[in-house]
Design a protein around this ligand. Structure first.
Ligand SMILES: [Zn+2]
Length: 267
């Protein structure tokens, strides 16, 4: 039998279990996603308690099982993503990224690249880079983990890389303007949004630090990614719904003001 192992991991979520115990799902760098049982997790001041908070990375020490629950004994090198933990907007995007990662691959699957991608995404959001753009890049590059291969790089018919492009479900990728006629049910996306989707498909996180987008462009990009996810992935995540609602709050504020204005006028 193997003794306790030490694994680098990021908390995906945790939930209470019985009175004082917890179940914590952790994405580990070396052993994929595992569900850990943590005894007496709710004890005050316990080191393990801080290691299993949402948006935390640490080295976790415990017994890793191939089937059923693993057991977490202790943790060290605990790194909380503080800014995310303290901001409802940032934590909404980070939660969605973690939920997507949980949905995209099976438990116990070794995927250090995805682990690194999650870690980099959370780090950048934590450092104050645009959470919406980071989430968009994560969504686009995660598509292949769902088994979805879409060609965003060049026209599916002629290979041209000349913009503008539109997206075609029939050809599982983009079409250049010359070939829009090949699919009369093409998606009629904003060419500007597709410009960024194509960029996000292969961009590295080093490059994104210089990206700055208007709210309007972000909204177009959101629409494209939403319809691609609806068409190909078909997930209904609560955390995504929460992000959508968040956008509505922003829009509702001026509307509410308008209503008050109208009432004032009629009085
Ligand atoms: Zn073409």
């Amino acid at each position: 039998m193997r003794g306790p192992q030490e694994v680098n991991g990021i908390v995906l979520f945790s939930r209470n279990y019985r009175e004082s115990d917890k179940l914590v799902k952790i994405f580990t760098e070396s052993s994929g996603k595992r569900m850990f049982f943590v005894r007496h997790a709710n004890k005050k001041n316990s080191q393990i308690n801080s290691a299993i908070q949402p948006f935390t990375q640490a080295n976790y020490i415990g017994d890793l099982k191939e089937e059923g629950l693993s057991f977490l004994n202790s943790a060290k090198d605990i790194h909380p993503f503080f800014a995310i933990q303290q901001d409802i907007f940032l934590s909404a995007y980070a939660t969605y990224i973690l939920n997507l990662s949980d949905a995209a691959i099976d438990d116990n699957v070794y995927d250090p690249f995805l682990f690194g991608f999650i870690k980099d995404s959370l780090t950048l959001i934590d450092e104050g880079y645009d959470a919406e753009i980071i989430t968009n890049i994560f969504e686009i590059q995660l598509l292949q983990r769902f088994g979805i291969q879409l060609n965003f790089s060049s026209c599916a018919i002629c290979g041209s890389q000349e913009e503008p492009f539109d997206f075609s479900d029939k050809y599982h990728g983009v079409l250049c303007q010359k070939h829009w006629s090949m699919d009369d049910r093409r998606f009629h996306y904003s060419p500007r949004a597709l410009h960024f989707i194509r960029l996000f498909n292969h961009i590295s996180f080093e490059q994104i630090k210089s990206i700055n987008l208007s709210d309007e462009t972000k909204q177009y990009i959101r629409q494209v990614i939403d319809s691609i996810y609806e068409e190909y992935v078909g997930l209904q995540l609560k955390s995504k719904k929460f992000i959508d609602d968040m956008q509505n709050w922003k829009e509702m504020i001026p509307k509410r003001e308008n209503k008050i204005d109208k009432q004032d006028n009629t009085n």
